[in-house]
Design a protein around this ligand. Structure first.
Ligand SMILES: *[C@@H]1O[C@H](CO)[C@@H](O)[C@H](O)[C@H]1NC(C)=O
Length: 396
């Protein structure tokens, strides 16, 4: 068992003792490497490219840290306030449904990921324990595409030409803002998801009635960038630790909260992009910081759920996580050893299929490869085998 798993399990045990919805902030280490010039228009590939060639010690630099309480004495080291699940509703068996919303552009690369994402949403939605409600693909290209019949889709406008300065994700807050203003959304909660998320388990609503839930990213470090962030989150707003180490996804949040945050998030991301120093410092994770700052500006903090998702190959065990995020390339030799940073004899990397759909029946990894990676390939294969008309390299 990896150290990550042991620390995580310990945390789970401790937390179950105090019967909390815990807020574990497990920082995996400081892996932020220099961000190179971008190679293509895919922001995600670039965001993730941040980690390519980064130190191989990532998995080794594990450290578990408790998120310190904000509300009850700063820096006391206390565990976040106990966040009980609203008992009355659970007892009544009333579900707190959340709407799954995934923002995307019209590229074939995002499209094949969306199809797999939606397939697994459908598989998990009606299973025991799920509080998953409706689904929307928010397409921010301004026009319908060929997937409209296959996936429930809401078309919104992109930002005005040139405003994103080539950083496609800047469209995301604007896309959410338009969708929230124009669409009729039945559910009270929203899950902001991404195309490369695969639901491994039926997902309950991880948010509390009064607090959204987010996944803590080890590479979002507000404290480290305090000087820059203070330009947008002035001292009178409170300590810099009010800015959560998160991005907008995955997050489960009340619709009414997101309606408040989205316009600020849009403004903050554009302001960040136009601030040369901030742009340079944050690079491809700029927009994640923008959400973190915008939500803090609205006084909204998040329950940090490490079990929200796993990110192979760094997360080796599923540990009860709900989502597999296949953001990193998985490279292994035939002995099942991670060859991170070097192309493996066996590899699974979504970026190998940036021009069109991934083929069906991808080869399974060699023996010894962690369960997160094995499960991911199984799930991708199952989806592509069952989605009608799946074609390798498909553009539409
Ligand atoms: C966002 O910026 C625009 C243009 O500067 C401004 O009109 C608007 O009030 C701002 N909205 C928020 C929520 O900050």
């Amino acid at each position: 068992m990896s150290r990550a798993s042991i620390i995580f399990l310990l945390a789970v045990v401790v937390c179950s003792f105090v019967a909390t919805y815990n807020a574990i902030n497990m920082a995996l280490g400081h892996m932020r490497a220099t961000i190179g010039a971008h190679q293509d228009a895919d922001w995600e590939a670039n965001r993730e490219g941040t980690f390519h060639g980064a130190s191989e010690t990532l998995g080794k630099k594990l450290q578990g840290t408790w998120k310190t309480s904000r509300k009850e004495g700063q820096g006391s080291g206390a565990v976040d306030a106990v966040i009980p699940r609203p008992k009355d509703k659970v007892q009544k068996g009333e579900k707190r449904l959340f709407h799954v919303a995934v923002t995307t552009n019209e590229s074939p690369y995002n499209r094949w990921q969306c199809r797999i994402h939606y397939y697994w949403y459908k598989q998990m939605k009606d299973r025991e324990g799920s509080e998953m409600g409706g689904f929307t693909r928010i397409l921010h290209s301004g026009k319908p595409d060929h997937m409209m019949d296959e996936i429930p889709t809401f078309v919104v406008d992109p930002l005005p030409e040139g405003m994103d300065k080539g950083y496609v994700v800047l469209n995301r807050p604007w896309a959410f803002q338009q969708w929230l203003e124009q669409a009729e959304i039945e559910e009270e909660y929203i899950l902001m998801a991404e195309p490369d998320h695969v639901f491994v388990r039926p997902m309950p609503n991880l948010a509390a009635d009064f607090m959204p839930a987010a996944y803590p990213f080890f590479y979002i470090e507000p404290k480290k960038y305090e000087t820059l962030l203070r330009r947008y989150y002035p001292k009178d707003k409170g300590p810099i630790t009010n800015i959560d180490p998160i991005g907008n996804s995955p997050v489960i949040i009340k619709k009414t909260d997101l309606q408040q945050i989205a316009p600020t998030w849009k403004n903050v991301s554009i302001a960040f992009k136009n601030d040369e120093e901030v742009d340079k410092a944050f690079g491809w994770v700029l927009e994640m910081y923008a959400y973190a700052v915008a939500s803090a500006l609205h006084g909204v903090s998040h329950i940090l759920r490490q079990d929200f998702m796993v990110q192979p190959p760094f997360s080796t065990e599923l540990d009860g996580a709900y989502i597999i995020h296949y953001t990193y390339g998985c490279d292994y030799n035939m002995k099942g050893e991670l060859t991170y940073g070097k192309i493996g004899e066996w590899r699974f990397d979504k970026r190998s299929f940036s021009g069109g759909a991934i083929p069906r029946n991808m080869p399974m990894p060699p023996k010894g490869v962690p369960e997160t990676v094995v499960r991911l390939v199984e799930m991708v294969n199952e989806a592509t085998a069952n989605i009608p008309g799946w074609e390798e390299g498909q553009q539409r």
